[in-house]
Design a protein around this ligand. Structure first.
Ligand code: SMO
Length: 762
């Protein structure tokens, strides 16, 4: 270890290498095992009767016909589950009125799609048919909207003297941003299977937080933790939408226990659009106070989040993140930020890739563009004048956060260079002379990640292989590949000698899961510490076996040898056998085992700079992103290919928010976008060419020096695109366009502006 507590390595280095994903052969050849691939013998199928109204009193629930259908095994209503405990909500800010999850609605429904009854049958088709036979009569009540919405949370950040900053300002600019509600849209919809045997519950969930789900199920069903096992098998994406337990998961577990049989439920795409958590949905407004010399003096902001009708575990996180991140990579002394969250008769709103970070970045970066315009400064130049300096880290932000490390100036310099920014501006002037509509958009972002703790266990098995078990789970990121690189590096073995275990509460140490861009920084950090512990044990055992000093033991692919006499060695299997004694028939029996819980010293703050160029078709308003140039600082990179995959995937979802995605409810709380015929998601052809460059400022908060990367694309890309479209349309006098920037919205804005101009001309 060096002075910072980070690893220093002498031997062969696996970290930092592009190691191909060990998961993919299986996953791309149809060998993946998702929850719906599992159908134990005698498996029953569960389906829900869901509310058709957004708000109302249940006046009748007649399930006789459903119950009588051939193949129906059981029918459950709220009365059957009255004894269930409550799901956890993470109350990370103090002023919250928890809105608990209801597994089945009792007297009143509060959102379209809310489960009211559960039907268990011998096949999925019968369960669905039976659900159709339910007589559910609801007396509709008015739907909460607008100013009558109930306030569920509030939090403020104040520092410096914002009032004085605004009084002293030469210019004040303001902007309002509307974020549509978005669907996290994992390829695999949610799914749950539960089995009850000999007083024990096993649940296979499509989840990114298996231990959290285990804790919730145990509490809600009043079972000891040891009697509940949750397994996340292959999970086809999650993006925040699978980080909390859902009514459907609990109902499946309850039914399995009550019926003593395996019970399964799998969402359709429409079920998920309707009843999985949504993301974003905030309306944010802010004002920036700037001096004539281009210095930002103060920031005021009001962030209004809609929270839907119940709170998943992380319901308060987006509002908290947006507020605390808001000043971004800039020096701002006087701030006054307030966030509020409101009830709505809609699906719950939770974390979705970015979770408040995109909202902060969008508001700040649009304000920066507005201020640059008022000051007649180039937007990149204006940003550069206000960046936190590279020698100012660790940096205490006015919202009370500590930015651990970074080099924002270098990000901007590199992005400027790789985009050929000055030439781009010259080209823009030329294109405009030719009547073309061309825009350049800039955004900078910071991305807090890797908060709290994670666990890891590294073991030497009797057969000489290493098992690395992690509390971080996986939903397609390539966790097994990345973690095998860490173990291989520290123990100087080949990655193939390492088996990575995750996602099973029986096989993995208690952990947090895979979310919040934390797995490499925190989960990887824990794995480093576990391997260091295992290596110490290996040295001790090796020294005893080979009769040398502990510091003479050299680990390698073949086993351990003695530094001064490399002929003296023992294979890993020999070493394990020596420690374990006679064969027991279990090749995976642990000979040595090191288990740790790693607590990070603080958050790791990734950062980046995006420059996007857009061409808009004058006749149709269609925006085409010409290119994205993107410099990201994810700290020390473990596997460049995995990082690139995360960045590009996040970019696709960020582009979705900027250009096309939107969940729409009508005024009665009915969802108008309940299928992929109505909810637009980006396809391959929508993805622009992207040039990704990196800088690496190591994070001092974890042994790898790693930062997060999973959410960056959703954070930085939308703001760059929106600013590019704003820049393109600035000659028309179009300002304040809201996402999604569909061709229709852009075309109408151009027509309106043309209309305004011709009125002025007359
Ligand atoms: S929004 Mo993420 O999976 O923390």
């Amino acid at each position: 270890m060096d002075a910072n507590g980070q690893i220093d390595r002498a031997g062969k280095s696996w970290m930092g290498q592009t190691v191909r994903r060990r998961e993919d052969q299986r996953l791309v050849t149809g060998q993946g095992r998702y929850v719906d691939d599992l159908t134990p013998e005698g498996c029953l199928h569960l389906e829900f009767v869901r509310s058709q109204f957004a708000h109302g009193d249940i006046v009748e629930l007649d399930l006789d016909e459903a119950r009588a259908l051939d193949g129906v095994v059981a029918v459950f209503t709220a009365a059957d589950i009255a004894d269930l405990g409550a799901a956890a909500i993470n109350l990370l800010i103090p002023d919250v009125q928890p809105q608990p999850m209801r597994v089945l609605a009792a007297e009143r429904v509060e959102a379209v799609g809310q489960p009211v009854a559960a039907i268990v049958a011998t096949s999925r088709a019968i369960a669905r048919d039976a659900a159709q036979l339910a007589g559910l009569d609801i007396d509709a009540l008015p739907v909460a909207a607008g100013d009558e919405r109930r306030e569920l949370l509030t939090h403020d950040w104040r520092s410096g003297d914002a009032e004085a900053a605004f009084a002293a300002a030469d210019h004040v600019v303001g902007i309002t941003v509307e974020h549509s509600l978005l669907a996290p849209m994992a390829l695999e919809p949610r799914a749950a299977l539960a089995d009850w045997r000999e007083g024990r519950l096993t649940a296979w969930l499509s989840t990114q937080t298996p231990h959290r789900a285990r804790d919730d199920l145990a509490r809600m069903l009043a079972l000891p933790l040891a009697q509940v096992r949750v397994i996340a098998p292959d999970v086809g994406g999650a993006f925040g939408g699978k980080a909390s337990i859902y009514p459907e998961d609990v109902m499946v577990a309850f039914a399995a226990r009550r019926l003593g049989a395996p019970v399964k439920w799998c969402a359709t795409r429409s079920d998920d659009l309707l009843a999985a958590t949504h993301g974003r949905g905030a309306t944010t407004s802010g004002e920036l106070a700037v001096a004539a010399d281009g210095t930002v003096l103060g920031l005021r902001a009001k962030l209004a989040f809609q929270l839907g009708s119940w709170m998943p575990f992380s319901a308060v996180i987006p509002a908290r993140n947006a507020g605390r991140i808001l000043p971004g990579p800039y020096r701002v002394e006087g701030i006054d930020i307030g966030a509020k969250g409101y009830f709505a008769n809609r699906a719950a709103v939770g974390i979705y890739r970015g979770a408040g970070r995109p909202e902060a970045t969008m508001l700040m970066e649009r304000l920066m563009d507005e201020a640059a315009r008022v000051l007649s400064l180039d937007p990149l130049e204006f940003r550069q004048r206000n960046l936190i300096a590279a020698d100012a880290f660790p940096y205490a932000t006015p919202t009370g956060e500590t930015l651990d490390s970074g080099n924002y100036q270098a990000l901007v310099d590199m992005a400027r260079h790789h985009a050929g920014y000055d030439a781009l501006r010259a080209r823009q002037a030329e294109l405009r002379r030719d009547g073309k509509i061309f825009g350049i958009g800039v955004s900078l972002y910071i991305e807090p990640c890797g908060q709290g703790w994670e666990s890891a266990t590294a073991s030497l098995c009797r057969d000489g292989t290493i098992i690395a078990a992690t509390g971080s789970s996986a939903q397609g990121q390539g966790r097994e590949t990345a973690f095998s690189q860490i173990v291989a590096d520290l123990l100087q073995v080949a990655p193939e000698q390492v088996t990575v275990r995750h996602g099973d509460t029986k096989e993995s140490p208690t952990g947090i899961g895979a979310l919040a861009s934390r797995s490499t920084a925190i989960g990887g950090g824990a794995m480093v510490r576990a391997c260091e512990g295992l290596l110490e044990q290996v040295r001790r055992a090796g020294a005893e076996l080979l009769q040398c000093r502990e510091d003479e033991i050299v680990p390698g692919e073949a086993g351990v040898s003695v530094a001064s006499d490399t002929g003296r060695m023992a294979s890993w299997e020999t070493l394990a056998g020596h420690l374990l004694g006679p064969e027991t028939g279990d090749p995976k029996e642990a000979a040595l085992c090191s288990s740790v819980v790693f607590h990070a010293d603080g958050e790791a703050w990734a950062s980046g700079c995006c420059i996007a160029t857009v061409i808009i078709d004058e006749d149709t308003g269609t925006p085409t992103i010409e290119e994205v140039v993107w410099v990201d600082d994810a700290g020390v990179v473990l596997n460049p290919m995995l990082v690139r995959g995360q960045l590009v995937g996040g970019m696709a979802q960020g582009l979705g928010e900027a250009l096309m995605e939107r969940i729409v409810y009508d005024e009665d709380g009915q969802m108008l976008t309940g299928s992929l015929m109505d909810y637009a998601v980006p396809r391959a052809a929508d993805i622009p060419p992207v040039r990704i460059e990196k800088i690496e400022t190591p994070s001092p908060t974890n042994p790898l020096g790693a930062k997060g990367v999973g959410e960056a694309g959703c954070i930085g890309i939308p703001a760059a695109i929106v600013n590019a479209v704003g820049d393109a349309l600035s000659p028309f006098g179009v300002r304040g366009l809201q996402m999604p920037l569909t061709s229709e919205r852009i075309w109408r804005a151009m027509q309106d502006a043309a209309g305004r101009r011709s009125n002025v001309d007359q």
